[in-house]
Ligand binder design. Structure first.
Ligand SMILES: [Zn+2]
Length: 317
């Protein structure tokens, strides 16, 4: 199907890169967001693959980049693939989740053409990209040094996103409520289901997360006949673990935190998960599992303050 994005026409069978002019740096350097469009010859669903909504979450940027470099979409069979490897260019060049003014693009949808930088990015996305999209996958990582084990978050009471999550086949998945003014909330409001993929932590590559992200995306695209089945899109040997009753385990005391377990591991009630000590070895606080479950996020920052998140854990359904 012919598409028009920012005054550019993309005919069936055509691939084009469109650059959305978001604004400029204080130096006057223009800032544009490249949008890669791979339009199939036959009609079919249009899927959005997107990274870097948070500028420092570079695993998502790398995931999209590798899919482009490996030319997975140059011969789209039907439908269309839209790839935005890096949405928040400003955050990316500032090594930051947010914009220079502290605003979060993912809390600025649907945006405003004359608003803050975050609002402008959201505006162009909402008006130029979203109207074309049938469903999407938004690639994220844990914030700061909190590392997420590869996981899919999908919208409660949305059978289509539940179905997409199953096809994606991430190691871990769970329902996650919509956040007001987030990209996913605005998309879902328009009937566009969005999967949130989370893998690794900000400003650090994690090969497992990047690879699981690519494999999941290819599974989804192959399932809908958008691309041919790919050797990377085979099912995961271990079945997806479905989690419920998630809980952050927080530091009862501040100090130096060491974890005893690996991300993604199953844990038993009262198992020792880690320790918080002082800098001299005089004091040690044990961190124990409050229930049987799975760890799907670990704080990799060795220094923690009282109340800081240490582990995110969930119960298997
Ligand atoms: Zn994020």
């Amino acid at each position: 199907m012919t598409k028009t994005i920012y005054n550019t026409t993309i005919l069936p069978g055509e691939n084009k890169v469109i650059k959305l002019p978001i604004g400029s740096l204080p130096t006057g350097t223009p800032i544009k967001i490249p949008v890669y469009v791979f339009n199939g010859k036959e009609d079919g669903p249009t899927v959005l693959l997107q990274g870097g909504l948070h500028g420092d979450e570079i695993n998502g940027v790398e995931t999209c980049k590798r899919m482009l470099v490996n030319e997975y979409f140059t011969n789209v069979k039907k439908g269309c693939v839209i790839v935005i490897p890096l949405l928040n260019v400003y955050g990316f060049i500032h090594f930051s989740r947010d914009l220079p003014d502290g605003k979060d693009v993912n809390r600025s949808f649907p945006g405003s053409k004359s608003g803050s930088l975050a609002g402008r990015i959201a505006y162009y996305h909402t008006h130029e990209i979203l109207p074309h999209v049938d469903f999407g996958i938004d690639f994220h990582t844990g914030g700061a040094m909190r590392s997420n084990y590869p996981q899919i978050r999908y919208t409660p009471n949305c059978s289509e996103s539940n179905k997409l999550a199953k096809v994606f086949n991430a190691p871990i998945q769970f329902e996650s409520n919509l956040i007001k003014k987030s990209f996913r909330a605005i998309a879902e409001k328009q009937g566009i289901p969005i999967l949130i993929y989370e893998g690794g932590e900000s400003m650090r590559f994690d090969e497992l997360s990047i690879n699981e992200g690519i494999r999941g995306a290819l599974r989804v695209l192959a399932k809908y006949g958008i691309i041919d089945t790919h050797s990377l899109a085979t099912k995961n040997k271990n079945k997806t673990i479905y989690l419920t009753d998630r809980k952050w385990l927080r530091a009862r005391k501040g100090g130096i935190f060491t974890s005893n377990i690996n991300n993604g591991e199953g844990i038993e009630k009262d198992q020792v998960l880690g320790y918080i000590t002082d800098a001299y070895g005089n004091r040690s606080t044990v961190v124990k599992a409050p229930f049987d479950g799975y760890v799907f996020c670990i704080n990799n920052h060795p220094l923690v303050n009282q109340g800081d998140a240490l582990f995110h854990i969930g119960v298997r359904t």
